[in-house]
Design a protein around this ligand. Structure first.
Ligand SMILES: C[S@@+](CC[C@H](N)C(=O)[O-])C[C@H]1O[C@@H](n2cnc3c(N)ncnc32)[C@H](O)[C@@H]1O
Length: 191
């Protein structure tokens, strides 16, 4: 047995709770790798909503989804994730099986456009509200870029304060690698 890398482990955890025909959200679409993973996982009967503030990211993701024949399963929003509750279908409230966050900046994009605590924290809170019992939220945190360590710290402090009766939260990180990303997973019991 070997330990999975951070992103594959996030996918493994999501795969374990996301049923075919399910509903999922990619809160940071970026180049669309996670969006594609979610769109494949929900299958033909499922649906994914994705958010990003950069048009460039959404165009790259859209092309990836189209090339893989799953674009019709995904609605992309050129909006900040802190506004997800305005853009998700109202009937999704409390019924979303998985929400993925991959914080930081767009790989091969402008490194100064980054996720920030002022919008990340409200987005996390909304995502938890929209999760179904049995659902999972994952967040990958990076500390190498300017602003990353502060954001990771704020997110961890927020997660530490979650009511343990309502959520089970874990952290996965390679300790002997400098600036290794952290994976946070929050499970909503039930379902
Ligand atoms: C690390 S990248 C995501 C990578 C992506 N998951 C993938 O598979 O390629 C982070 C993304 O978050 C986006 N972002 C920054 N602030 C945001 C916000 N407030 N709401 C939504 N997306 C945001 C950036 O534009 C960037 O594309």
């Amino acid at each position: 047995m070997s330990l999975p890398a951070t992103l594959p482990f996030a996918h493994q955890l999501v795969k374990g709770v996301l049923p075919p025909g399910g509903w999922a959200v990619d809160a940071t679409v970026g180049n669309g790798h996670d969006t594609l993973f979610l769109a494949r996982s929900v299958g033909a009967g499922g649906k994914v909503h994705g958010f990003d503030i950069q048009r460039e990211a959404l165009e790259r993701a859209e092309a990836r989804l189209r090339d893989n024949g799953v674009a019709h399963r995904v609605t992309l929003h050129h909006q900040g994730h802190h506004r997800m509750k305005e853009y998700l279908p109202p009937e999704w409230k409390g019924k979303v099986s998985a929400v993925m966050f991959n914080l930081g900046y767009l790989p091969k994009g402008d490194p100064t456009v980054i996720t920030r605590p002022a919008t990340t924290l409200p987005a996390l809170s909304q995502a938890l509200e929209w999760l179904s019992p049995g659902g999972i939220l994952t967040a990958v945190l990076y500390t190498r870029h300017p602003g990353g360590a502060e954001e990771a710290d704020r997110v961890l402090r927020y997660i530490h304060e979650l009511d343990p009766r309502a959520y089970r939260a874990v952290q996965y990180r390679f300790l002997n690698r400098r600036h290794a990303p952290s994976l946070i997973a929050v499970f909503k019991p039930g379902g």
